[in-house]
Each structure stands twice: as structure tokens, then as C-alpha cells.
Design a protein. Sequence first.
Lengths: 529, 252, 370
Amino acid sequence: MTSTATRDTFTSRASNYLDERTSMSTLVATLGRKVFPDHWSFMLGEVILYSFVAILLSGTFLTFFFEPSMTEVHYEGSYVPLKGIAMSAAYASSLDISFDIRGGLLMRQVHHWAALLFVAAIGLHMLRVFFTGAFRKPREINWVIGFVLFILAMAEGFTGYSLPDDLLSGNGLAIINGMVKGIPIVGTWISYLFFGGLFPGVDIVPRLFVLHIMLLPALVIALIGVHLVLMVINKHTQFAGPGKTNDNVVGAPIMPLFAAKAGSFFFIVFGVLVLIASTFTINPIWNYGPYDPSPVSAGTQPDWYIGFADGALRLAPGLESELWGMTLSWNILIPMAVLGIFIVLVMFYPFIEQWITGDKREHHIAERPRNNPTRTAIGSAGIVFYAVLWAAASSDLIATHFRLNVFQVTWWLQATLILGPVIAYFLTKRIAIGLQKKDREILLHGYESGRILRLPGGEYVEVHEPLDEYESWRLKSFDTYEPVMVRPNAKGRITPGTHLRAAMTRWFFEDRISPVTRGELEAAKHDGH
Amino acid sequence: MLLIGLVAAGGASAAVSTVANAEPAGTAPRAQQLTVEDGQELFRANCASCHGLNAEGTENGTSLIGVGAASVDFQVMTGRMPMAYSGPQAEQRDPMFTQEQSDAMGAWVASLAPGPEVPSEELLDVSQVDEEGVARGAELFRINCAMCHNVAGAGGALTEGKWAPHLRDIDPAHVYEAMLTGPQNMPVFNDANISPEQKREILAYLDYLDENPSVGGFDLGSLGPVSEGLFIWIFGLGGLVAVSVWLTSKPN
Amino acid sequence: MSAEDHAGHEQQQVAVYDRGAAIEQSDAFENPGLPPHRPRQTDLHPEKERRAERQVVGWFLVSMLGTVLAIVAYVAVPIVEGDMTSVRLSNLFLGLAIALALLGIGIGGMHWARQLMSSHEVVEERHPSRGSEKSRARAVEIFQLGDQESGFTRRSLIRNTLIGAIALVPLPAIVLFRDLAPAQDAVEAISNTMWRQGTRLALDPTGTPIRAADVTIGSAFHVIPEDLKDLDHDGGYLDQKALASVLLVRVPLDRLNEQPDRAGWSYDGIVAYSKICTHVGCPVALYEQQTHHLLCPCHQSTFDVTDHAKVIFGPAKRPLPQLPITVDDEGYLIAQSDFTEPIGPSYFERLHHIDEGHIPLSAAETENRA
């Protein structure tokens, strides 16, 4: 450091200038060689971050041309099938961005594709964190922050989807309006205030615009900041492996390898988005026409990440009650409640699991999904539940494309919504336990080498080779838990909570498989060969 | 139900064989040479098993009295009739008859009772529609057609296994006839509802869609957010996961 | 984090956490430590290293080429007004060139990182996430000092009134939002439409009035009130259209299954229903002329027009509201009155706005599901 500082190059002078004013060297000294573990699934968070940067850049370009106003104009742009049609200034300016500004359509498509990728990558990233138990202490708070970011991303998506004020987005708002009106007591008023009077009114686009470009991005950026700072403080998790322990991080240092990979990956993500945007059309708003409450298009669907909510509305039972002069729309309230409960359960899952295990230690080793069969099974039940709701949002397209009856598709999906998660739960749990047993088998008796020997007695056997110690470490190092006993607490009482916790640990850990011990391996060596 | 299916299938196959026998390809006489009587004969041979000898209808097929030549031209020349099999609705396929044969049958059906006529060239001539007309046609299309056929004419689902077909690259005469006659579950759009000029404007809009490329690139079937969502998951995120696997792998 | 637990501990002491249900394995294996480093081909063979270097440079040059091409594409592939092909080509070439510029940097950088940068794994120690005992103790001390110096706990009246004041101060924000919408009562505003006695039924969007004779069997007419076309967007055209849209069809009299007391609401088999779905408000516009079913494309609620638009499938519960119609002396279809009940999705106060003239459908038959 001193030697470089004394040499009088431009870089050294610039660094010195900065450090004397910011004490940058402290930051570089602490973080410059910080280590990041290498695994493909650890790159998903980066996909999120980089698609968000792409969204910010393309979105800023769009705001230079977009006019967030519902003032009536008559279109005079270059798209013939809309010439002279009355529409809002917002829709007209979106058309101008698409047809009259070079690069405008590209930026619109980059923005929309990046938004879809952003939320999709968040989903996959969350699944990775869930299935590897990377939400365990000390990362529970970061899980919650990440989950709030997921919700904010959906809100960003929905507000953005509504801005062009085309037929598709307008019908999306009509559905939101109907859902809000279904909320007891306050619903009618919330809708009235939200839309500035009657639906659709002339206020909603400018209001959503402010949310979309100011309030929500500010929250997203702030929370991404907190999310990343916490990640740096907690350091990244790593998968079990030789030399990797709960007390170290093994991988690439930020300077230079990780920075080079991450920086290059940014350009790859951005490049792929631009490639998609230049060759595949997204949300051709000119087809939909300006919003008008009377027409509607077949195949009216929200963007994919709102699909699960739309699907829940489609699968809801047609129930309403009229009690003492009040109307309760169960066909809206039930799906809202089901989704609400689902979201709350996912958001607070780390705390639920920690209460069950009672394990207060820090965990920095990402678990292999098979080594926690019950959690993995809960996760896949959740995936199936979400996926059925998602599929339900395209029930009409499923019907037309597979030549089915849309009513029957709906009935099937309703049944699958209930039964699917249960089946997925048991199937996944059995598969995970089976894989654990296979790991044990490989450790105790070696892997199948594919080499067949003929024994002197004429018997054929396949030679099993033992794993080397590096390979085998991955298979035998994992945490294991056992069900807890119901024991009286300090006051000598057994509370219902104790019973519940005992029952939950039985549910989680009853049919667990223990990691192989030295004794077992010795015994296997002796009686096996 | 099965029985009806069998009858319909039998009728259809009978129709195919009859046509094949009656009319060797390539030697079809001009339209003028087929008379109303020829049309009646063709009808009795190919259609009467379901629609009755005098087009009065049977259990298996509706009455065709008053449906007009437009309806016959649409149903026969889009291959919907004779029906291939009994399903929720007739499928579109290659027509079983030549235009001349169809016209002859149409003339005979029209002679039973007045009904919508096959549209003249004038009504189908979209070159007479100006730019504002295309825009008006697009608006009429969104209000009257898009709910079933999709704003981009990609088609959509109806109840109980029925569907609204796509409208891309369809003969304008058939679109016009469909509006006029309301085939199967499609409503009728008579000239009081959508005037002939307005119908022509709608055709001009469909022609515009056919003639102009999807501006933003491949259109993924014009199915809207569902195909877009599947695309970004499978190719967008899938591709980037593949890249991640590559860049975190250890090179040799 | 409470002060009592750790106040006595020395700073170097490592916290021991409860294992909960985790099993302590007595006979576990030892971690074998990092496997030996395996050199890459580029580490072993200088010619391969040089080749990798050339490849990286190649990718960066490709990126430069992409940048140049992007500028060329911007200028050389202009948008010709009204020519959609030119828009498509501009989008395609500009996008491909920019993608090339970006991917060139990305792939080149990645190649550099993987093949040429040091591939030795680095190990960094972790430390417990909690602060050191010393800093924890200091934090507690600071809070105690803060409490002492301010008297936050001691002067409880000050503290409690401050908490009360802060709790109340956001309340004006709630009233501030009232003027997001006009002064008119929300429930009143959404409960009535433009339809009045004598309003002619007119075609959407032209506003041409409709004669009863024009509504032939099997047709579907998308209808607005005749005076709607006098409004512009800023005057509430879309708002009123969202309330007043109607679908008009003629059902053969032998198929029409009318409740006797509602017989006066239709005209010679012509019936008019609100087009706004009673589920969440999409336009229910898919009319099947043979089955007389109306389907909502958003959530597949299906209504039977022959039977007062009762729900036969889907999440909607209530039938579509019927507009009572008749003809005037010139033969045009006119409304007898506004809808007798609020249209569109259900809302909490809905029942208060059902007109006296409303004829409910008999309860047992409000739905007839498939």
C-alpha cells in the first residue's frame, strides 16, 4: 500500500485525494478481499439486481417521453388503426414512444421484459433460499426484507402495467376496482378515493405514475440497500464441502475475481434483456386500443406475477351473503383471505421453523434440500399451491389450446388446488428421505463403479468403490434433529404450547435419517467385504 | 351422444366419397354451368342426412330454410360443413367442395326462402377504406368482436369446449358472411347493427393486421401476458441460469 | 439483547446458543479441509493462456463493433412515419447491436475471470453476527446514559405525553386524503347510471338509436344511452359508460323463460342486461347465440340470458341487472327507467340502493349452476 501510494501515478494521486476526504481506504481494506462463495444458485440475486438496474435505466428513458395524463386527445401519430381515435394522453404518448421515437419501442420492451425477469428471478431466488434453509439465524430479518421486496416488486409491476391506459391495463384496473369494492365497510370509499370519483375517472394514471416512479422505487432501492448490507454483515451462506465450515467462507475475493464475474454478469443480463427486447414483442399496446369500459379482449390476463391472484378469483366459489342490509362478497373475500394467509405464512416461516426446532445457533451452511425432508415437502406443497393458482389465471388458454371445456378445466384446477399440495407434500418427503438413504448407502458401501467381477464361485458382483474423503464429506455433514419430549417448564406446568411444539417436532423430525458416523462406517467395512 | 357422433361421422364420410366420385379434380365446370338443380342434387347427396331432404332440419342438423347463400358459402368453403365429427362445434378444415358446387348449393338453399346473399366484390374491397376508416374498423372490432376473437384476432375460449377461431389470413368474404349469418354460436351482426360500410372497415382492419408485421418482433402467438410470462421463465431466466452454471463452473 | 444477561461477561467470551432439538453427534467425522488446488489448462500451458487472452480481447473488440453498429443502425435504419416494417427493423437492428455491445463486455470479462485470473480459493473467517461483548456493554451504557441525562424513564409524564402526541400526529393525513375524490357521497355516485325513462338505446360507439325491428334473432347489440355521446372524456364519458353499458339481444319467445312479473321489462323477446359483471366488473360481452349464454372472459362467470341472466357457472353470484325497456312511438327502443338495482360488482352498501320498482328474482332461482 505504502509503496504504491508513494509512486506518483495518476491513480495513486486520485486515490490519495479521495482517501484524504472520505477515508475510502478503510472501506477497501475491510471489504476489498471479502470472500464470496461460488455456486450457480447464488447468482440469482445478481440477476434480480441487474434486471432492476436495467429497469431503472430504461424506465428513466421512458419518463422523458411518457405523459402521465388522462386528458383526452385524438391520436394523430403514425399507427393507422388508431388515427383520430379519442384516447388519453398517456396512451397516445405510449404509442409515440413505440412508433415515433427511435429506440423508444426497444426501451419499452427492455423495461417490460426486465420487469418480468426481475420478479421471476426474485421468485427463484426465494425458492433457493427457502429450500437450502438460508433464512435461518442470523438471516431471518433479511428473509422478511426480501419478501417485502417481492411484494413491492409486484406493486411496481402492477402500477406500471396500468400506466399506458390501454384496454388490457384498464380492464386490470376494473378488476382491482371490483375487488376493492368487495371489502366490507371501507371498500366502496377506498375505491372512490383511489380513482378520484367514479371508475375510471381522470386521476388514476397520474396517481399510479407517482407511485410507480417515485414512492415504490424509493422503497425498493432503500430495501435493496438494507438487504445487501445485511448480506455483507452476515456474509453469504455456502454449501457443505471439504474445508467449508460454519465458521468460514470459502470462495473468490471481491478484488478481483468476484468483481470481475459480477461485473461481467451485469453486462450479460443486460445484454440478454436487450436481445430479447429486440426480437420478441411484449405487450403490444397498439393492438389493445385505448381503455374503454365496454370492450374486452379474449385472453385478458395480468402479467405473470399477478396471475396467482387472478387465478384465485377464477377458482373462487360463487358465494355472497346479504345480512342485515350488508353485502358480503365471499367470492372476493375468500380468495383475498387465502392469499393473505399464504403470504403471511411464507413471510414468517423462518420464525415458525425456529420455534419448532428451538435451535438458536447461527447457520451459515446452506442445507441440501434432502437433508430437511419436511421443510422441502412444505416448500413443494407451497409451489404446487401457487402453481395451480397461476395456471388457473390461464384456464381459458389451457382450454383452447388443449381443446378442453373451460368449465371442466376450472373444476379440475379447484380439485388440484386442494389435493395437489397434499400429494406434493407426501411425494416430496418420500423422495427426500429416499435420497438421504441413498447417500447413506453410498457412504457405507461405496458407489457403483460399473465394474462387474466374476467370483470364483461363478457369482457376478458389481464392485463398489468408496468415495474419497472430500467427496464423502458433502454427504455426511449435516445437522440432524430429533423430536422433543413434553417436559414441564420451570413452574412445573405443561402448557398447550409445549404440547404443540412437541407435536410439531414429531411432525418435522419423526422419520429423520441420521448422518453416517465413524462407528457405522467401520462396522460396514467389516461386515460388507 | 355417441350415436349422433356415429351418424354424423358416417354422413361426413359418405359425403367425402360422393364428392370424390362426382367430381374428378381439375375438370370442374364453370360456375354458370352448375344449375340450381345441380345444387339440390349435391345437397341431397351430401347434406340431407342431417339437414333433411328439403333442408327442413332433423334431430342432427338445423333447418337451413332462410339461412341464405352467404351461410352456405361460409360453412362449406371453410370446410366446417359437412361436419367431420360431432363435437362442441364444427372444425375448420380444407373444403370438401369446389366453389362452383358450393355456389350451386347456395343458390338452391336461397331459392327455398330469402336469406343473406354472398357479399359482392364491392363490399369486400378494402382498398376503398381510408385510414380513418381502418381506425373506425379497429374500434368496431374491439367493441363487437375482440371479446371472443381477441384484440389481435388470435381467438379465444367460449363455454363448454366451444371456442372462437382466430381471424388471421381468413378470406374476407368468409369474415363478412360470418358477421352476416352468425354461424354456430357467433351472434348475427345485421346491417342495422353494423352497416355494410362498417363491415368493410372491420375487414380493412383485419387486412391491416395481416399485411403489417408484428412491430416489436416475434409475437409469441399474440396471446398476451401468459405467453410472455412463460417465455421469460423458460428462456429468459432459464438462459441466465445456464449462464450462471457456466460462470461458476471450474474451467479445465 | 437485554443488559442483564451479558453485563458480567468478559468481552472475548463466545456466546453459546441453545441447540434446541438439534442432536449433538458424538461420533462425527472430521472436516477433511480444502482439497488440493487443481491448476487450469491456462495455468499449465502458456500457449493456452495466450489464446485465452486473445479471446478476451476479441470479445471486447466485438463489443466495440456492437457500439458502432448501434449508432449506425440508429442513423441508417430510420423510422418512416406509418411504415410498421421500418419500426420493426429499427427496433431489431438497434437492439441486436446494443445487445452485442453489452454481451461482448460480459462474455469477455467472464472469460478473463474464469481463465486468467487467479483461481485459488480464499478462506475468510466468520465471526458471530452479534457485536463484541465490549461494544454491547457500551451500547447498553449509552442507552442508560441517555435515559439518565434526559430523564426519559423518570419523567414519565413527559414521556407518555410525547408518545401520545406522536401517535396522534398522523391523523390529519387521513382527513387530508378525503379530497382525493369529489365531495359527492361515494355510494350515491356509483349507484345510479345515465339511463332515464325514455332514454333511447343506441349503438356503441356511434350513438345511433336502435329500432326494435332491427334486433333480429341471434344478434347481439352493444348498447350505450343515446345521450352518452354528448359527453367527452373529461366530462365523464368513460365513467358513465362504465356504469351504463348494456348488451341487447333478442331471444326466441319459446326459449325465453321469463318470470311473470318481469314480463313488462322486455319487448317482444328483446332483453337488455348490464354488461358489467357482478363479480369484479369486467365487461360480460361474449354472447353465444345458440345457447344464449353470456361469458365473462376475465373469470369465466357464465350467465343465462333466457333465464334473467342467472349465473350458471363461475365466481359471480348475482344475475346481471336487467334494464327495463320498451319502444317509443317511432319504434326505437327506450329505457323504462334506470336499472332498478346497482350494476357491477357487489359492494357493502349495495342493498340500500335497490329501487322500489325493483322486481327481485325468486330466491330459489337466482342461480342455476351447471
